[in-house]
Design a protein around this ligand. Structure first.
Ligand SMILES: *Cc1c(COP(=O)(O)O)cnc(C)c1O
Length: 239
């Protein structure tokens, strides 16, 4: 089932790219495997999917240790997409190649500290709060800009600012969702101009329920869980 779902989503992404006049392949797929088993990840990998997103560090660490054991180290790419506590950063930077959910300067400081220890550079996305009822992300453009300035001042040599991320509000009101995505795109355009020293091309936006709108609004990466792996069973805990 995972394979069929994955191929359907990929096909859908290509169709949407075409229908809104975007270049084929300009939108990447991040398969969000949180709450799903390691077997599901292997199934997706066997169907050609390489990039996976997880929002809880401990779950990701356990699952991807097994996956690396089975497939060999470095075959998959892991992105941390959930809000990150300081005490989880050490493990997060060890296992991930991108942290998509940077939402405060203190987190940047901890990422820098832990990356320096293991001599690793890591890509980060700056998460912006763009909708009324989403709680995660920098609360406004000013605070996000302060974090970028902190990097521009040379405080984080191991951090590579790579783009922006947002979650649209949970609503069926398409106009509200579209506004959330377009405001991230506008912010990204503005800040990319202000900080040309960083190549912040990534716009991570769009989930199972709203990725069409996100692609129409310029997303370069959609983060999709349910449409690939099915509903999450929160009662089972970590598998
Ligand atoms: C869970 C999650 C997703 C995937 O959501 P689906 O609706 O299952 O596609 C995407 N982004 C973030 C930040 C998530 O936590």
């Amino acid at each position: 089932m995972v394979k069929e779902n994955l191929l359907k989503v990929l096909n859908d992404i290509r169709e949407i790219e075409k229908s809104c006049g975007r270049k084929e392949g300009s939108v990447k797929l991040l398969a969000v495997s949180k709450f799903h088993s390691y077997e599901s990840v292997i199934e997706a990998f066997n169907a050609g999917q390489l990039a996976f997103g997880e929002n809880r560090v401990q779950e990701a660490d356990e699952k991807f240790a097994k996956i690396n054991e089975e497939l060999g180290e470095g075959k998959t790419e892991l992105h941390i997409i959930g809000s990150l506590q300081r005490n989880k950063v050490k493990t997060a930077v060890k296992i991930a190649s991108v942290i998509e959910s940077v939402d405060r300067i203190e987190l940047l400081q901890e990422i820098e500290k832990q990356c320096a220890k293991i001599d690793k550079k890591i890509k980060v996305l700056f998460e912006l709060h763009t909708g009324e009822d989403s709680k995660s992300g920098f609360p406004d453009v000013e605070s996000l800009k302060a974090a970028l300035q902190y990097c521009a001042d040379g405080n984080c040599p191991h951090v590579i600012p790579f783009g922006f991320m947002t979650m649209a509000p949970f609503t069926s009101d398409e106009a509200v969702i579209r506004k959330s995505f377009s405001s991230l795109r506008e912010t990204a355009e503005l800040l990319s101009k202000e900080y040309p020293e960083f190549s912040m091309k990534e716009l991570s936006m769009g989930m199972s329920g709203d990725y069409r709108i996100a692609i129409e609004e310029g997303s370069t990466e959609v983060r999709i869980g349910t449409a690939i792996f099915g509903e999450r069973d929160y009662s089972q805990g970590v598998k």
